[in-house]
Write a protein that binds this ligand. Structure first.
Ligand code: KIV
Ligand code: ZN
Length: 505
């Protein structure tokens, strides 16, 4: 069965606390969603602002393959605003639960029912395609919910949506009300699940098993509070898990990771590392037992192949590592330790792990170099001097002294901030020597307070297409950024040397 994917990243996703998008950003996201293969894009809520209207106008006139929809309350002015921006498909909603009726709308059930019917009739009279949502459906009296859905069906609604507005449903309950709705109306039914109890995707899948044909989802599960059902989890769950029936979508799953990264960057909401499918760790392996299993057959510890969602697997050395994993990581650099050497390297890695240290590739290579007596495998770039000045009225200025393979180099530069100045100063030196430039920089706070720890992830690239990422954790944003940058440069220089060595062999 084909499941329709209704993406609401641009509407419910934009309701994520702290997120606000410009019309250009919204258009760029809509284009990515269209390429990904979503069936419908909820582009926004036309009544709310001029920028929103501009964004929706540009999306509706961009000639996308997906159906473009806009949100409207059951108010004629909202529906008119949707028509004015070129929409021919609206998602109109009114709350139906007693708690919303009594405390938010301050109207009776009968008044809500009348408003719903009026809005659907009005929109149909304007020639629109209408999807109707009974907001807070899962906390609505079950008989009243059926009555509302029946009435809007008679008024001409094309589709119905069951919102689990505060993520309150269980998989069993949403399945039951999905069946009620289909039996009472025979219309195509969607589900719109929020993740307040971490059940959004499970609830959406359960509703689909009960006959819903469509799910409202967002990329990375962003949305109000704990977010919405995540597109990537739902799509991969439907495609890969065992059901009585086979479910398919129009999503090009190979674009999932790239789309997730693009949305995360554009909306400024970081994806947690342990997030299913698109989190950094979703296809990473550290423990020796797992690494060994995956090297023999990836399906031992990977439910799906990472390539299916546009990713690659990776191994991390750490205190749980095993000799197989270490050997396989070193092999990527063309280094083949003997069994004894691999165990000796592993011992050293475990000792560092017990001291709470995270072992980077560069450190692993340098340990391997020591054990295998290959002195070439060592850090080439060392930071030996660094200072930065910043303040109000003066442009931040940095001084950096690096030792590269025994020779000292000095770089100085200005920047828009102290991190920028420091990185510019480093790039002045390494740009001349190795032409390494920074491709991506990400800074996150990983604990609270003014003494918070920060984590900097940096991606660097050289003119030969070699890329390397490095991560550093520390208390000082500037020093941590500089350390990550130096680590990245070391990794890329080592990669280049090892490549040349292997080619020469
Ligand atoms: O969660 C919700 O109830 C909504 C409505 C607008 C359908 O987003
Ligand atoms: Zn919602």
């Amino acid at each position: 069965m084909k499941v329709r994917i209704f993406d609401t990243t641009l509407r419910d996703g934009e309701q994520t606390p702290g997120v606000a998008l410009t019309p250009d950003q919204k258009l760029a996201i809509a284009q990515k969603l269209d390429e990904l293969g979503v069936d419908a894009i909820e582009a926004g809520f036309p009544i709310i602002s001029e920028g929103e209207r501009q964004a929706i106008k540009s999306i509706t006139s961009a000639g996308m393959r997906a159906d473009i929809c806009g949100l409207a309350r059951t108010e004629r002015k909202d529906i008119d605003a949707a028509v004015a921006v070129g929409l021919n498909y609206i998602h109109t909603f009114i709350a139906t639960s007693d708690i919303h009726l009594q405390y938010k709308l301050k109207i009776t059930r009968e008044q809500a029912l009348a408003k719903a019917v009026d809005a659907v009739q009005y929109a149909k009279g304007l020639g629109l395609k209408v999807e109707f949502s009974a907001e807070d459906a899962t906390r609505t009296d079950r008989e009243f919910l059926k009555k509302v859905f029946k009435a809007v069906t008679e008024a001409g609604a094309d589709r119905l949506d069951i919102p689990d507005t505060v993520g309150y449903s269980t998989p069993e309950y949403i399945a039951a009300i999905t069946r009620d709705t289909i039996d009472a109306t025979h219309l195509p039914v969607s589900v719109h699940c929020h993740n307040d109890f971490g059940l959004a995707v499970a609830n959406a899948i359960s509703a689909i098993q009960a006959g819903a044909q469509c799910a409202h989802v967002t990329i990375n599960g962003i949305g109000e509070r704990a977010g919405n059902a995540s597109l990537e989890e739902l799509v991969m769950g439907l495609q890969c898990l065992q059901f009585d029936k086979k479910y398919e979508t129009n999503i090009n799953t190979k674009l999932l990771y790239e789309t997730s990264r693009f949305i995360s960057k554009t909306v400024g909401v970081h994806v947690q590392p342990n997030k299913a499918i698109v989190g950094e760790n979703a296809f990473g392996h550290e423990s020796g037992i797992h690494t060994h299993g995956v090297l023999n057959n990836p399906l031992t510890y990977e439910p799906i192949s990472p390539e299916l969602v546009g990713r690659t697997r990776w191994f991390q050395v750490g205190k749980h590592a095993g000799a197989h994993g270490i050997s396989s990581m070193l092999e990527e650099y063309g280094i083949q330790p003997s069994k004894e050497q691999a165990h000796e390297i592993l011992d050293k890695v475990k000792k560092l792990g017990d001291l709470g240290k995270h072992v980077t590739d560069v450190e692993l290579l340098s340990i391997a170099g020591e054990v295998m007596q290959q002195p070439g495998l060592k850090r080439m770039v060392h930071l030996i001097g660094f200072s930065v000045s910043t303040g109000i009225g003066n442009m931040p200025y940095a001084f950096v002294k690096l030792n590269i393979e025994g020779k000292d180099f000095i770089g100085t530069d200005y920047g828009v901030g102290p991190v920028d100045a420091s990185i510019n100063a480093i790039q002045k030196i390494t740009g001349e020597i190795s032409k390494v430039r920074i491709k991506d920089y990400r800074l996150e706070s990983i604990s609270g307070g003014s003494e918070a720890l920060c984590e900097v992830t940096i991606k660097v690239e050289d003119p030969y297409g070699n890329q390397a990422s490095a991560k550093s954790v520390g208390e000082d944003i500037v020093i941590t950024s500089v350390q990550a940058m130096i680590d990245g440069i070391n990794r890329i220089m080592l990669k280049k040397i090892l490549k040349q060595k292997n080619l020469g062999q």
